[in-house]
Design a protein around this ligand. Structure first.
Ligand code: SF4
Length: 396
């Protein structure tokens, strides 16, 4: 079943929808929306020797040229993922969360890691997982709920595509929690990798460099998304940094200027502490790559995990190095990754609390922070999967 879903989510599928729109009666056409991840645009920027901002604008021009109606930036939905992660952590730290949720909080935006967590140590790890939806899936809620209402369309009349740095995002989009039984549609209908976008460009005979840039679309009036944005804290979304700063301020009244990482076993396993008078107040870590994840899980199982929060990512070096990113034709993978990281860091960063449009959406769309509606549209749940009964194997 997983294979079928993944083959349904490809650039060929997107092309079929665009072709069908050309001949369908207006009442049968679907509004096509593409949401582009900051990691994908950095990878394409490196390949086409452009800035990420130019890449985002030229990519918008390309998608519109082939029949896409709206192009958004998933950095916008990431504001909500980060804010919800911050709020959730503070609640769990104060012991205000449900009794089944526990510390350390382990991030859940990486479906490669979630697949492993649910299938190998499910009942043990699930209570630790953050319930905040990933930027891809928050974008799913924004497009199929908020934007659909704005456009006076039912969610099934919108075809929502995301451009992502990895194949596992296709699995995430296929989770039952992100499917509307009422409207028989997914929040994200199709995930295409950065590499698949590159193929699409090749098949259309288009070089990004030669296109005239077009402004990005904004989801609501308050959010003037003409320029792409990003967040501080690295290429995997900046969860550790945002939650750390917020928790330091909210729980201990301490303002953190610079977050200083200490490498542990290797550069993919680092930790950060907040200390006062020799006492550790907050102990956070980032664990990237399978080996470091296994190490973390062993620590947890032995009751020797000192952390309050861990940003967990399946790919070594994180999302900029995802399996769906472009490989370099001439440079080594290490050089290419450094270049992509450098480009990724050149985009203007936003503080989620202050990002234009975010507070407005909390107020009008979600009926307030911490509301039942915000819980339903911005959070999800995880469950242990019995390997013997599922018949699934884990891919790493
Ligand atoms: Fe995908 Fe890798 Fe990022 Fe996980 S770390 S979300 S597998 S690119």
């Amino acid at each position: 079943a997983e294979t079928v879903l993944i083959t349904q989510q490809s650039h060929e599928e997107l092309r079929k929808i665009l072709d069908a729109n050309k001949t369908a009666a207006p009442s049968q056409q679907r509004l096509v929306v593409v949401s582009v991840s900051p990691q994908s645009r950095a990878s394409l920027a490196a390949r086409f020797q452009l800035t990420p901002t130019d890449t985002a604008k030229k990519l918008t021009a390309f998608f519109k040229k082939i029949g896409v109606h709206y192009v958004f930036d998933t950095a916008f939905s990431r504001n909500f993922s980060l804010l919800e992660s911050q709020r959730e952590f503070v609640q769990r730290f104060r012991g205000q969360a449900s009794s089944t949720q526990t510390l350390p909080v382990l991030t859940s935006a990486c479906p490669g890691w979630i697949c492993y967590a649910e299938k190998t140590h499910g009942s043990f790890l699930v209570p630790h997982l953050s319930t905040a939806r990933s930027p891809q899936q928050v974008m799913g809620s924004l497009v199929k709920d908020f934007f659909a209402q704005q456009q006076h369309l039912t969610p099934d009349r919108i075809y929502h595509v995301t451009v992502m740095p990895c194949y596992d995002k296709k699995l995430e989009a296929s989770r039952p929690d992100f499917f509307s039984q009422e409207h028989q549609t997914r929040d994200v209908d199709c995930v295409v990798t950065t590499g698949e976008v590159f193929k699409l460009l090749e098949e259309e005979g288009v070089s990004l460099s030669e296109l005239e840039p077009a402004p990005l679309d904004s989801l609501c009036n308050g959010a003037s998304a003409q320029e792409p944005t990003s967040h501080r804290g690295g290429g995997s979304g900046g969860y550790l940094e945002h939650v750390f700063r917020h928790a330091a301020r909210e729980l201990f009244g301490i303002h953190v200027d610079e977050v200083t990482y200490r490498p542990l076993r290797n550069k993919d396993f680092q930790e950060v502490t907040l200390e006062k008078e020799g006492r550790i107040l907050l102990h956070f870590a980032a664990a990237y790559g399978f080996r470091n994840i296994q190490n973390l899980v062993q620590k947890l199982k032995r009751g020797r995990c000192p952390y309050h929060y861990v940003e967990v990512m399946a790919c070594p070096a994180g999302c900029l190095n995802g399996g769906g990113q472009l490989k370099g034709p001439s440079t080594t993978s290490k050089e290419l990754l450094q270049h992509v990281q450098m480009l990724y860091d050149t985009v203007t960063v936003q503080v989620p609390e202050d990002a234009p449009g975010v507070q407005e959406l909390y107020e009008h769309w979600l009926q307030g922070e911490g509301s039942e509606r915000a819980g339903r549209l911005l959070h999800t749940s995880y469950r242990a999967v019995e390997m013997a009964s599922s018949g699934l194997s884990i891919r790493w």
